[in-house]
Ligand binder design. Structure first.
Ligand SMILES: Nc1nc2c(ncn2[C@@H]2O[C@H](COP(=O)(O)OP(=O)(O)O)[C@@H](O)[C@H]2O)c(=O)[nH]1
Ligand SMILES: [Mg+2]
Length: 364
């Protein structure tokens, strides 16, 4: 369950707290309130029960049933009451720390130094401060800020997640040899007999400035039908095809010493490499790879292709950057609501971003 304040803290008037997610009904009951049905509003006394079972009235509030797992408490608004209720609901510490905590968690797996610096800034509160500022700003100013955040987050996202690079191509093209050269150890069996690699092998490898998730897959080749070996290999090829679809970059190897092997067309996501180039001296090749004889050269070429695929990215120290796609989605929604000047509806997503995960998600 997430607890968010839908109104800015002030000394008086009305404060609105939203309870959302699994456990929100139970939380209401713990305050002595029967959860109202969706669309119903009930005036209720919010009570706390002390250790000895004594009851204390915290506030009298309008309790609104938004849907089965979402309720709003319209309180009388003293900050002390709001704070106390948040504590009663177990939401206070979560709300004040989750964005920073989340950034800190992701920091451990940052794929590059730049990504680590950006996540460090967010773990120190850069994004939270920007959101709190936007929450209190005039709608037009807030909207401009949200749009800038969304644009910045979109540009940053590919750099904050570890890119997946899939090695593909016909059997015996030299995929596993290149994989070993990139990972820097003899991780995968290399064999002259086609079909040696049947499942997918995944390793993290640092290439240039970026750590990538590198995937070696089973090669494409005609299979003799019927045999159990052919079935295993066919499953490996199907897996390879699905991994290629999810890749940020596919490196398709075509053996230079076997010209004419079919290869797909290049796209932004797929690059062709001329593998086993040392076996084809004299042929002019666009991207010669000699993983067996020149692993360092192969690493340099792949690092360059990855950098090209990621594109340029400028970033300023200390800047607020949304760092997860769920945050981007919420900010986009908030900015649309602001455009329609639905101030109340803006605040909910803006605040929800501060509590990005319900407790069930945290447990996972
Ligand atoms: N001469 C030469 N042989 C290579 C090179 N890369 C791979 N091979 C050989 O090609 C064969 C198939 O290699 P492998 O990496 O298992 O291909 P895969 O089926 O695509 O994984 C093996 O005998 C390798 O030693 C290379 O750069 N130069
Ligand atoms: Mg292989």
């Amino acid at each position: 369950m997430a607890v968010t304040e839908l109104t800015a803290r002030s000394s008086g008037a009305v404060a609105v707290l939203a309870l959302e997610g699994a456990g929100s009904e139970a939380a209401l009951r713990s305050l002595g309130v029967a959860p109202p049905a969706p669309g119903r509003i009930r005036l209720a006394r919010l009570e706390s029960r002390g250790l000895a079972g004594e009851r204390e009235v915290l506030d009298e509030a309008l309790v609104v049933g938004v849907d089965r797992q979402r309720f709003e408490l319209h309180l009388h608004g003293s900050p002390a009451v709001v704070e106390r209720l948040r504590l009663e609901l177990g939401g206070a510490s979560l709300a004040s720390e989750s964005l920073e905590d989340r950034a800190r968690q992701l920091l451990a797996d940052a794929p590059s130094e730049v990504a680590a610096r950006v996540l460090l800034d967010q773990s120190e509160g850069a994004l939270r401060r920007a959101l709190e500022w936007a929450r209190l700003a005039e709608p037009a100013v807030a909207r401009a800020e949200l749009r800038a955040l969304v644009a910045r987050g979109r540009a940053a996202m590919p750099h904050l997640l570890t890119p997946r690079v899939v090695l593909a191509g016909p059997s015996n093209a030299g995929k596993s040899t290149l994989f070993n050269a990139l990972v820097g150890e003899q991780r995968v069996l290399v064999d002259a007999a086609p079909g040696t690699t049947r499942d997918a092998v995944v390793e993290r490898a640092r290439l240039g400035l970026t750590v990538v998730e590198l995937v070696d897959t089973a090669g494409e080749r005609e299979l003799p039908d019927g045999s159990s070996q052919a079935q295993v290999e066919a499953a490996g090829q199907a897996l390879a095809r699905s991994l290629r679809r999810s890749a940020d970059l596919v490196l398709w190897l075509r053996p230079a010493d076997l010209p004419g092997a079919p290869a797909p067309a290049e796209t932004a996501q797929l690059r062709l490499l001329d593998s086993r180039a040392d076996r084809a001296p004299g042929r002019s090749l666009a991207r010669p790879i000699r993983a067996a004889t020149d692993p360092a050269g192969a690493r340099a070429m792949v690092a360059e292709l990855i950098a090209e695929r990621m594109g340029p990215w400028t970033w300023q120290a200390g800047q607020a950057v949304p760092f997860e796609s769920s945050q981007l989605a919420l900010l986009e929604r908030a900015s649309t609501c602001l455009a329609r000047s639905e101030r109340q509806r803006v605040l909910a997503p803006l605040l929800r971003i501060a509590v990005p995960r319900a407790q069930t998600d945290i447990a996972r």
